[in-house]
Design a protein around this ligand. Structure first.
Ligand code: PGA
Length: 248
């Protein structure tokens, strides 16, 4: 069976009730390609609210979670809480979590493992910084990030990987389709060797980093790009065009 195309919006720390109404408006209006799995990563404080208002073909995701079910961890939310409000997805290890909040490969792997054990599906993010790419270390970095996660999980059926080169996030400098495809293909072959050929074949790898309505179609044609994780453009009506990148 082919890999179902998946498009996620990552709202980051954006939105208020007024602008969220506008986003819900263009999501409801669509039209959204029915063959695409569509997810929006919502700030925790609006997660329950948005989850109740989304059209049926779009589901909500948390943008982060902690690695245990409950306890004295002020400011954190757990997978159990996310599931309790009816949300089934979480984004883990986004480059802003890694680079602004200092999350390590180890912590991210623990969060992935706990989220999966709790029953959530995860979008696990990986990606190299500009200086790492320029030093020819792209695969070293993304393989090490993926290995940290792979070492702690056993069931890949609810895992989606998001390759997001840090230099492309929020910069307007998207990776070329060839640059993205090269890393996606290398990641898939890493999964084949280090996890299993079946996991490599079935695991979806999204691309993220300055995806827009203008560049999504070309990226979507690459064989190993199975979808997108979209930041800035997910707040705008062009998100609909990104969802529909493989049609029209
Ligand atoms: P961007 O963000 O689309 O604004 O570059 C992508 C992301 O951070 O997931």
């Amino acid at each position: 069976m082919g890999r179902r195309f998946i498009v996620g919006g990552n709202w980051k720390m954006n939105g208020d009730k007024k602008s969220i109404e506008e986003i819900l408006g263009f999501l409801r209006q669509g039209p959204l390609d029915e063959s695409v799995e569509i997810i929006v990563g919502v700030p925790a404080i609006y997660l329950d609210y948005v989850n109740q208002k989304l059209p049926g073909n779009v589901v909500a995701a948390a943008q982060n979670c902690y690695k245990v079910p409950k306890g004295a961890f002020t400011g954190e939310i757990s997978p159990a809480m996310i599931l309790d409000i009816g949300v089934k997805w979480v984004i883990i290890g986004h480059s802003e979590r890694r680079n602004v909040f200092g999350e390590t490969d180890e912590l991210i792997a623990e969060k992935c493992a706990h989220a999966l054990e709790s029953g959530l599906s995860i979008i696990a993010c990986i990606g190299e910084k500009l200086e790492e790419r320029e030093a020819g270390r792209t695969t070293d970095v993304v393989f090490a990030q993926t290995k940290a996660i792979a070492d702690k999980i056993t069931d890949w059926s609810r895992v989606v990987l998001a390759y997001e080169p840090v230099w492309a996030i929020g910069t307007g400098k998207t990776a070329t389709p060839q640059q993205a495809q090269e890393v996606h293909q290398q990641l898939r072959s890493w999964l084949s060797t280090n996890v299993s050929p079946q996991v490599a074949e079935q695991t979806r790898i999204m691309y993220g980093g300055s995806v827009t309505g203008a560049n999504c179609k070309e990226l979507a044609q690459e064989a190993d790009i199975d979808g997108f994780l979209v930041g800035g453009a997910s707040l705008k009506p062009e998100f609909v065009n990104i969802v529909n990148a493989r049609v029209c």
